[in-house]
Ligand binder design. Structure first.
Ligand SMILES: [Zn+2]
Length: 542
């Protein structure tokens, strides 16, 4: 067998291009599990008071983040300021319980918030709606590209629209129907509220179902009794539905049973393209009291200005807000949000530090962005995208994280919204260099791509990546990882128990940070402009 001997110079060149770039490698080394742990410990500590917008916890966390950005070598992103004011109105809704539904002459009493969880985005202080007719509107979707209109045969003006969660693709598994099991934006509650408002409904209720929603009923229940944050309504914008909310699966079954109908059957029917909505022959009465506090909360961001093209920037984002101090559970009432979203803020800060450690600054700018009010509907990131510190055209890509689980090193990098943009391909190269594989989110039916701060970027046409190791532990395998994630969702997600624990393992988050650093570095040191892939619902926005 003939041996091939490479000239020394060639071998060296190949070796360098395999392991990547010297400057990148050096910068990567500044990312350490120990620093990630320290950031998470501080951001998840009781002293942050649950990091709720408008609370004393806000002042503490935004000042802390500004201080860290400064220490890291970033400059204020908003002129002289680290802070961007996001005007909002906080509405606290008290729903009179029980809520009365009259069906077939029978009076049903639904307990709020345990069986019916309602909120009101209205600026009215008192809302009384008596015997409002209820209309079943299938999935509550108008999607011309699929030839779908759940409202075509019904008039919901001044009435209460009752709709199913998610979209028909999920329940049929038919990949030709919407996107099959992958949730489209039509499946999200935000879309259903928006569409019901466009149709003129006075109230909209979504029938809860755990698989389709992606979470159990305790999530809308808790959110209905917590003050809600909304963007200040602007003149000329369509008014939101005055009453919005969810029916628990049990409550919905009870209501439809009283009408001689079955929710499961209705769902099957509503998946057929010939389905028509109908007046339910029942009515609902609400009495709600709203109290309003107008206030503004702060986005925090720093910028590392590019040397030759500072107007072009990538954004690394992780929301700072969480739920503050609330209902006591097992003797704890502080919603620390260590994983939601302390670990991701740590991830962002470490990537930022790696960039600022580089002797030769990148040509393009790097923005570290900590949005407010993610939990209340992506308000901070929406505001930022509408009012960015560089021009909208200058936003080249967004890298966001949320709920980064500190479970140690992973073989995978899971991409939520896989197939949307060319960032996937850049990440695939970075993953290979780490001996990891890329995988699409195995639960695309939960619509996670529409549920964190990269989404307002995507909606504005800016390619946005939401990726992390989440599936296949190097040490313990897939089953263990899935069980750990389930355990977090069941026992700590949006609960006071989302604390920092010393057993947390940050080695995997360190690798995730290095992978994103790798992709981001290649963009800010070149003129790569990642695009959307054909077929993405965001491809034609820009
Ligand atoms: Zn979060």
């Amino acid at each position: 067998m003939k041996r091939i001997i490479f000239p020394v110079a060639l071998v060296t060149m190949v070796a360098t291009s395999c392991t990547g770039d010297k400057a990148l490698e050096k910068a990567s080394e500044t990312i350490t599990p120990g620093e990630l742990r320290e950031y998470t410990r501080i951001l998840g500590a009781d002293s942050m008071m649950g990091r709720k917008p408008f609370s004393p916890g806000e002042t503490i966390v935004v000042n802390y983040l500004a201080g860290e950005l400064e220490k890291t070598g970033f400059a204020p992103a908003f002129g002289e300021s680290w802070f961007q004011e996001v005007p909002m109105v906080q509405i606290t809704t008290m729903a009179e319980s029980p809520v009365i539904i009259t069906a077939n002459g029978r009076k049903l009493e639904l307990a709020a918030p345990d069986e019916i969880a309602v909120e009101s985005p209205s600026m009215k202080e008192y809302i009384e709606l008596v015997d409002m007719p209820m209309v079943f509107c299938g999935f509550g979707i108008v999607a011309p590209e699929y030839g779908w209109n759940d409202f075509s045969e019904v008039d919901v003006r001044g009435k209460c629209a009752v709709v199913l969660v998610n979209d028909p693709g999920l329940y049929t598994g038919d990949s030709a129907l919407f996107k099959g099991r992958t949730m489209t934006y039509y499946g999200r509650w935000t879309y259903k509220y928006e569409e019901a408002a466009r149709q003129g409904a006075t109230a909209v209720l979504i029938i809860h179902e755990t698989v389709g929603a992606g979470y159990d009923f305790s999530i809308p229940r808790t959110s209905s009794i917590s003050p809600g944050l909304y963007q200040e309504p602007e003149a000329g914008e369509p008014e939101p539905c005055p009453v919005t909310g969810w029916l628990s699966a049990e409550a919905a079954s009870e209501v439809f049973r009283a009408l001689g109908m079955d929710v499961e059957k209705l769902r099957r029917d509503a998946c057929l393209s010939g389905f028509r909505g109908f007046e339910m022959g029942s009515s609902i009465s609400f009495r709600l009291t709203n109290s309003h506090v107008r206030n503004s909360s702060m986005n925090v961001a720093g910028i590392l200005r590019g040397t030759t093209r500072p107007e072009e920037a990538i954004v690394i984002s992780a929301h700072w807000d969480h739920f503050g101090v609330g209902e006591n559970e097992n003797g704890d009432s502080i919603y620390n949000g260590a994983v939601d979203n302390g670990t991701s803020m740590a991830w962002a800060l470490e990537i930022g530090e790696a960039f600022s450690s580089m002797k030769k600054r990148p040509e393009r700018s790097v923005i570290l962005f900590f949005p407010t009010a993610e939990e209340q509907g992506l308000l901070g990131s929406s505001w930022f995208v509408a009012n960015p510190p560089v021009s909208r055209e200058g936003l080249v890509a967004c890298f966001n994280n949320d709920l980064l689980l500190p479970l140690g090193r992973m073989k995978d990098i899971m991409v939520t919204g896989y197939g949307q943009s060319e960032l996937d391909d850049l990440l695939e190269d970075a993953a290979r260099r780490q001996d990891r594989y890329i995988m699409p989110d195995p639960n695309p039916e939960s619509g996670m791509y529409f549920r964190s701060d990269h989404f307002p970027f995507a909606r504005a046409g800016v390619p946005a990546l939401f990726a992390r190791g989440n599936f296949d532990s190097r040490e313990y395998g897939r089953e263990w990882t899935r069980e750990q994630e389930r355990d977090y969702i069941r026992n700590r997600y949006h609960k006071p128990a989302d604390n920092y624990y010393p057993e947390m393992d940050f080695d995997g988050i360190a690798e995730d940070s290095r992978a994103v650093l790798d992709v981001a570095y290649r963009i800010v040191t070149s003129d790569i402009r990642p695009g959307w892939k054909p077929g993405s619902e965001f491809a034609n926005i820009r």
